[in-house]
Design a binder for this molecule. Structure first.
Ligand code: MF3
Ligand code: CO
Ligand code: CO
Length: 279
C-alpha cells in the first residue's frame, strides 16, 4: 500500500467517533468484520468447546494410536455438542481435524499412521457452534520427547505467547509478526511464510491476514472488536516447504521438525482476550 493511501485510511479511522462508525470503516477499508458483544459470547462458547476437544485428544495421545483415532475423538465430542467441524469438506479437505506429525508443518490429513514414542503431533480444531467459529491448535508429545522435539515445541509455544502480548489497540499487525520472528530466529529456528493467521468468528478464514513475520509498526492498526488467530508455524531448520501430492500436507523441505500452537484472540479496549484459553 502506498503512503498516501495509508494516510487517507488512517485519517478515516481516527475520524470514527463511535464503535458503529469504526465498524463500517473497517469493513469498507479492509473487509474486516468487527465483532460485537453477542458475537464475542458466541465465539467464546465455540472456543470453550475447542479447548474441551483438544483436552480430550490430549488424554488419548500415546504411542500406538493413529491420527484417524484423533479424528474420531474430535468427531465424537463435536457432534455431542451439536457442533460441526469446519475442516470437514473445507475446499475438499477430507477429515474433521488436521493432524501434523514431526516434519509436517500443517494440514496433515488423519489416516492410519501410527504415532510412535518420541513423535510430536499438532492437532488443529475448528468447531462451528451456533454459527460461530473458534480455531485453535496445540502440539503434543507422544511418549517421551527427544531434545529436538522439546526445543521446537518450547520455542513455538513461546512464539505464540509473545505474539499474543503484542495484541493491543494502537499496535499494528506487523508488531505481532515482529515479536514472533525476532524471538524464533534468535533461537536459531525459522518462521513459515506461506501460511498465516487470519480473521475468524463469522467464517473460517476472514480478513485480515496475520503474518508471523514482519516489521514493527507495519500494517493495519489493531482496534477493539477484531478477532483473529495467531498460529506461528516454527521450523527447527529452514523455513522452506513443499506440499505433498495429496495437495494438503505441507512438510519442511529439509525434513526438520516443525511445531505450532494457535489461539483465537480478541482485541479489547485495553489489550487482548484469548477466546480459546488453553493456558
Ligand atoms: N485450522 C487451519 C487454520 O488454522 C486451517 C485448516 S484448513 C483445512 O487456519 F481444510 F485443512 F482444515
Ligand atoms: Co487458523
Ligand atoms: Co487452525
Amino acid at each position: 500500500m502506498n503512503y498516501k493511501k495509508l494516510k487517507r485510511k488512517l485519517r478515516k479511522i481516527r475520524s470514527a467517533r463511535t464503535f458503529q462508525e469504526l465498524k463500517v470503516q473497517y469493513d469498507s477499508l479492509y473487509n474486516i468484520k468487527l465483532k460485537e458483544k453477542d458475537d464475542i459470547i458466541g465465539i467464546q462458547k465455540a472456543g470453550r468447546l475447542a479447548i474441551a476437544i483438544l483436552k480430550s485428544v490430549e488424554e488419548h495421545i500415546a504411542p500406538g494410536i493413529t491420527t484417524n483415532d484423533i479424528n474420531s475423538i474430535v468427531e465424537e465430542i463435536t457432534t455431542q455438542h451439536n457442533a460441526r467441524s469446519a475442516p470437514l469438506n473445507y475446499h475438499g479437505f477430507p477429515k474433521s481435524v488436521c493432524t501434523s506429525v514431526n516434519e509436517v508443518i500443517c494440514h496433515g490429513i488423519p489416516d492410519d499412521t501410527i504415532l510412535r514414542d518420541g513423535d510430536i503431533v499438532n492437532v488443529d480444531v475448528t468447531p462451528i457452534l451456533d454459527g460461530y467459529y473458534a480455531d485453535t491448535s496445540m502440539t503434543f508429545f507422544v511418549g517421551s520427547p527427544g531434545n529436538e522435539a522439546r526445543k521446537i515445541v518450547t520455542v513455538s509455544r513461546e512464539c505464540l505467547r509473545r505474539g499474543v502480548l503484542a495484541v493491543k489497540p494502537g499496535n499494528r499487525i506487523g508488531d505481532i509478526g515482529y515479536a514472533i520472528q525476532s524471538y524464533a530466529e534468535a533461537q536459531g529456528c525459522s518462521v513459515v511464510r506461506e501460511y498465516v493467521g487470519h480473521g475468524v468468528g463469522f467464517d473460517f478464514h476472514e480478513s485480515p491476514q496475520v503474518p508471523h513475520y514482519g516489521k514493527r509498526g507495519d500494517g493495519i492498526p489493531l482496534v477493539p472488536g477484531m478477532v483473529f488467530t495467531i498460529e506461528p508455524m516454527i521450523n527447527l531448520g529452514k523455513p522452506n516447504l513443499h506440499v505433498l501430492a495429496d495437495r494438503w500436507t505441507a512438510v519442511t523441505d529439509d525434513g526438520s521438525l516443525s511445531a505450532q500452537f494457535e489461539q483465537t484472540v480478541l482485541v479489547t479496549e485495553t489489550g487482548c482476550e484469548i477466546l480459546t484459553p488453553f493456558d
